[in-house]
Write a protein of this length. Structure first.
Length: 463
C-alpha cells in the first residue's frame, strides 16, 4: 500500500470535498426533511463513478464501491439540528462561508463533513485499487439521527437486510479514534393533580407543585455525591466499585451517567386555575453498568416519587415520526451503551492506519485565532478515546453487535452550536485514513468478540 499516494490523493481532493460540503450545507436538512441533501449526495456519488447508488425506503442514501460479498461501511448522518436563535449566528448558517482553513455553516462538523470525507475516501479506494478481494465498501448517508439515533440502522439491518462486517462512524472525533460511548434514554414523568379555581387553590391539588419537588430530586440525582449522608445517591456512584463492581472500570472510561430535565408540559383549565397535570422529559445518559430498568427505577424511587405514589407515572418515550419518504419505523427511545476492546481488529486497523499516515498523536489545524484553532481541543488527549455524545453506534454495535469505531472530521464542541465550523485539513486526514483502513483490516486476525461492553436490550418487541 502506497501511503504517500493515498495522502496525495486526499490532498488533491481537498477542494472537491470543500465544495461538496458547502453544497450539502446549503440544503437545510433537519430530521425528516433530508430529501434535498440526499439528492445532492446522490448526484456527487454518481459523478464520482460509484458502482451503485440507491435510496432505501426510509430515505437513507447508500453508495457502493466494489463487488465482494463482505461489507465495510462508512456511516454519516446527514440530518442536522435547527439553527436556534438566528441572532446568535455571525453569518447565514446555510449560505455559510469558507476561508483557506475552515468551512462555516450548520452541519459542517455534525456531521456532513463526515459525509464529504467518506464519499471521497471510497473514491480514493477505487482510484488506487485499495478494496481487498471479497469486500465492497458501503457509504451511508443516514437520516433522522438527530431525532432518534440508530433508528436509521435499525431500518438498514431489518428492512434492507444489510449486515456489514464492521462500520466506521464519521461523527466528529476531534482527531481521535473513538471506541465507544455512553448510552442514553428519553424518560417521561407524568404527575396527576386536581384543578380548581385559582382564587381558592387549597381546594385543588397542584400538579406543578408536585412536579417541582420531583425536578428538585432529579437535579439532586445528577449533582449529589454518593456518600452515606446523601439521601439521594448521585449518579457518580457508578464510578465506585462498591456500587458498580462489575463495570466501574468501563464506567470510568466512558464517564459517569447524567440526567437533566429537558422539557416541561402542563394542563390547566385556564390561567386562573390550578394545574391538573404536569409532565417532564428527562435526558438520561447511561454509563456502563446502568440498565434501562435501573434508570426508570431511580426516578420512581426518588423521595418525591414515593411521596406522591400512584399520581406519578414514569415511562420511556417511543419514536414514530415519518421519514422524508413517508415511511414510519417505530422504535423505543432507548439507545444502548457500548464499548469496543482496544485490541479489536477493526479498532487496530484505524490505529495502524493513523500511525502509518499521520503518526501517534492527534493532528489538526493550528490557528492563532482560538475560534479557528483545532489543536486546543486535541493536544494532550489520547489518540484512542470515546465520544461524549451518542451516535448511530447505539444500534450498529449496541443493539446488533456489529463492530463500530469512530473517526471523523470536526469537533464535538461544534455540534448543535451556533457559528458551527469544520476544518478542511480534517477532511483530508479522514479521507486518507478511510482509504487505508480496508487493506489493513483485510489482513487482521479477527478472532473473538470485539465488544468489551454492551448494555442489555429491553426485551420489548423492537427490531
Amino acid at each position: 500500500m502506497d501511503l504517500e499516494a493515498i495522502k496525495a490523493a486526499a490532498e488533491g481532493y481537498k477542494a472537491d470535498m470543500s465544495r461538496f460540503l458547502r453544497e450539502m450545507i446549503s440544503h437545510p436538512s433537519e430530521s425528516c426533511e433530508e430529501r434535498e441533501v440526499v439528492m445532492c449526495i446522490k448526484d456527487e456519488m454518481e459523478r464520482l463513478g460509484y458502482d451503485k447508488v440507491e435510496i432505501d425506503g426510509l430515505g437513507n442514501i447508500i453508495g457502493w464501491m466494489g463487488s465482494g460479498e463482505k461489507i465495510i461501511a462508512l456511516d454519516s448522518h446527514i440530518d442536522t439540528v435547527g439553527v436556534g436563535n438566528i441572532e446568535n449566528w455571525e453569518a447565514d448558517p446555510y449560505q455559510g462561508y469558507e476561508t483557506d482553513d475552515i468551512i462555516f455553516g450548520r452541519g459542517g462538523s455534525d456531521q456532513e463533513g463526515g459525509m464529504a470525507a467518506a464519499v471521497y475516501g471510497a473514491k480514493i479506494m477505487k482510484d488506487l485499487d485499495l478494496i481487498p478481494a471479497g469486500y465492497k465498501i458501503m457509504v451511508v448517508g443516514s437520516v433522522q439521527e438527530e431525532d432518534c439515533d440508530g433508528m436509521c440502522w435499525q431500518y438498514i439491518y431489518h428492512k434492507d437486510k444489510i449486515v456489514p462486517e464492521f462500520v466506521i462512524s464519521t461523527e466528529p472525533t476531534d482527531g481521535g479514534i473513538y471506541r465507544g460511548h455512553r448510552g442514553r434514554m428519553e424518560i417521561r414523568v407524568d404527575v396527576k393533580g386536581v384543578s380548581c379555581h385559582g382564587s381558592a387553590p387549597e381546594r385543588g391539588d397542584n400538579a406543578i407543585y408536585k412536579m417541582a419537588d420531583i425536578i428538585r430530586d432529579v437535579r439532586a440525582l445528577n449533582e449529589n455525591d454518593a456518600g452515606p449522608d446523601d439521601e439521594i445517591k448521585g449518579l457518580v456512584k457508578m464510578l465506585d466499585p462498591a456500587f458498580n463492581p462489575d463495570h466501574y472500570e468501563d464506567a470510568r472510561f466512558l464517564g459517569r451517567g447524567t440526567c437533566t430535565v429537558s422539557q416541561v408540559f402542563f394542563t390547566s383549565p385556564s390561567r386562573c386555575a390550578v394545574a391538573d397535570s404536569c409532565a417532564i422529559s428527562i435526558d438520561r445518559r447511561m454509563t456502563a453498568g446502568e440498565t434501562y430498568q435501573s434508570c426508570l427505577r431511580e426516578i420512581e424511587e426518588l423521595p418525591s416519587g414515593k411521596r406522591y405514589g400512584s399520581a406519578v407515572k414514569v415511562s420511556m418515550y417511543r419514536y414514530d415520526r415519518p421519514a422524508w419518504t413517508g415511511e414510519v419505523y417505530e422504535t423505543e427511545c432507548y439507545f444502548p451503551t457500548w464499548i469496543n476492546k482496544e485490541c479489536a481488529a477493526h479498532v487496530q486497523a484505524l490505529v495502524e492506519a493513523h500511525h502509518a499516515l499521520w503518526g501517534t498523536e492527534r493532528i489538526g489545524h493550528a490557528d492563532a485565532d482560538p475560534k479557528k484553532d483545532a489543536m486546543h481541543l486535541r493536544t494532550g488527549r489520547p489518540l484512542i478515546d470515546k465520544w461524549t455524545f451518542s451516535t448511530n453506534g447505539v444500534a450498529i454495535q449496541g443493539r446488533y453487535g456489529i463492530p463500530c469505531v469512530g473517526f471523523g472530521p470536526g469537533a464535538e464542541s461544534q455540534a448543535h452550536a451556533p457559528n458551527e465550523i469544520t476544518w478542511k485539513q480534517d477532511l483530508v486526514t479522514c479521507a486518507a485514513l478511510y482509504a487505508a483502513v480496508p487493506e489493513l483490516y483485510g489482513k487482521a486476525d479477527r478472532s473473538g468478540d470485539a465488544t468489551q461492553f454492551r448494555a442489555d436490550l429491553t426485551g420489548n418487541d423492537i427490531q
